[in-house]
Write a protein that binds this ligand. Structure first.
Ligand code: PEP
Ligand code: MN
Length: 363
């Protein structure tokens, strides 16, 4: 078990903030003092956890579900921190929650996905943060809207917070999918590109909603050069008061962490770089050709648009579109391209063709 740190809280946090990968773990919710402290001690014993998380106020979809233990859980977190030396973090959604968390020495705060969507709430949290220097993580909004995520970042930054981190926890979607929240990795990648100075942490727990695929998602995040992971851990996951299906024991967390294959963003090997440069040059050529071909395809589509206009024929002819899809799937199967990828590609190309024809036909 880690001991109480001699370093000040401020330097402890700075050290953690610099560490990669950062591992944030702890129960979805604080339930009882014993549950929280014992989970924290078991996590500390793994020697892998940098920050202890616990939900104190829980935004639940429906009333009547467990909505968090409330401020009375904050001293439990203080106790867990005292016994393990691990800094703590909680979710905040209101100005009052920010004040309560800071009063009880919580070291980092995070804004949850259901709060990031609401500029009024984010602004209230940001206003409460004015004049304090606490690191703040901002989860992606539940809907796939990067502007909203970026807007929350801006509000918190304008309140004077300098250490802002991002948490990718996936996006709500309707219907049954493999994931509780679709990862939509491209959005996290784009957010990382827009904010290269910020830590990007992946939260496989809320993406997966189930424990059997957590490791796959965590591995993918590490392969995409994310800076850390937030993974829910509970001493008795099946009996957790919230998110039971996705939590893992501290022992399983440690095992998962040991099974992640760590790769570097770069290596200082000349032969590696030469080989990579050569292949990248080939990719650049192929990309150039693809763009030339796409431009050519659009010019043909515009020509077709002229004929359709002159003969009063509709833009979309479902039969023709089915033929294009069928033909492409046959070819994709032979070439080893997935139908899912080919569908997304053709949809994008088709929509652009339709837009071009619309312009030709309707001015
Ligand atoms: C949580 O971290 O327990 C939580 C409620 O997450 P999210 O805001 O991602 O739903
Ligand atoms: Mn949860």
């Amino acid at each position: 078990m880690q001991t109480t740190p001699t370093a000040t809280a401020a330097s402890l946090i700075t050290d953690k903030w610099e560490k990669r990968p950062l591992l944030i773990s702890g129960p979805c919710s604080a339930e009882t003092e014993e549950q929280l402290v014992t989970t924290a001690q078991q996590l500390a014993a793994t020697g892998k956890v940098d920050v202890l998380r616990a939900g104190i106020w829980k935004p639940r979809t429906k009333p009547g579900m467990f909505e968090g233990i409330g401020a009375k859980g904050l001293p439990w977190l203080q106790q867990a921190r005292k016994l393990t030396g691990i800094p703590t973090t909680v979710e905040v959604a209101t100005g009052k929650q920010v004040q309560d968390a800071l009063t009880f020495d919580v070291d980092m705060l995070w804004i949850g996905a259901r709060t990031t969507v609401n500029p009024f709430s984010v602004q209230e949290v940001a206003d409460a943060l004015r004049g304090v220097q606490v690191p703040v993580f901002i989860k992606n909004p539940i809907n796939p809207d990067l502007e909203l995520w970026g807007g929350a970042v801006e509000r918190v930054a304008r309140a004077g917070i300098s250490r802002i981190g991002l948490i990718h926890r996936g996006f709500s979607s309707y219907g049954n999918t493999e994931f509780r929240n679709a990862p939509m990795w491209h959005l996290a990648i784009e957010m990382k590109r827009r904010h290269p100075e910020m830590l990007m942490v992946n939260d496989p727990s809320h993406i997966c909603g189930r424990r059997d695929i957590l490791l796959d998602v965590a591995q993918k995040a590490m392969d995409l050069d994310f800076d850390g992971l937030m993974i829910e851990s509970h001493l008795d996951p099946d009996n957790a008061w919230s998110d039971a299906k996705q939590q893992v024991t501290p022992a399983r967390l440690a095992e998962m962490f040991d099974n992640i294959k760590w790769r570097h963003e770069d290596v200082a090997s000349e032969s590696f770089h030469m080989a990579l440069d050569k292949l990248r040059e080939q990719i650049n050529h192929v990309d150039d050709e693809l763009l030339d071909l796409l431009a050519q395809r659009m010019r043909i589509a515009e020509k077709i648009g002229e004929y359709k206009r002159n003969n009063a024929v509709t833009i979309l002819q479902t039969n023709r579109w089915n033929q294009v899809l069928e033909k492409s799937f046959g070819k994709a199967d032979k070439l080893g391209l997935s139908r899912e990828f080919v569908t997304r590609y053709l949809d994008a190309v088709h929509m652009e063709s339709i837009n071009r024809q619309n312009r030709v036909m309707n001015g």
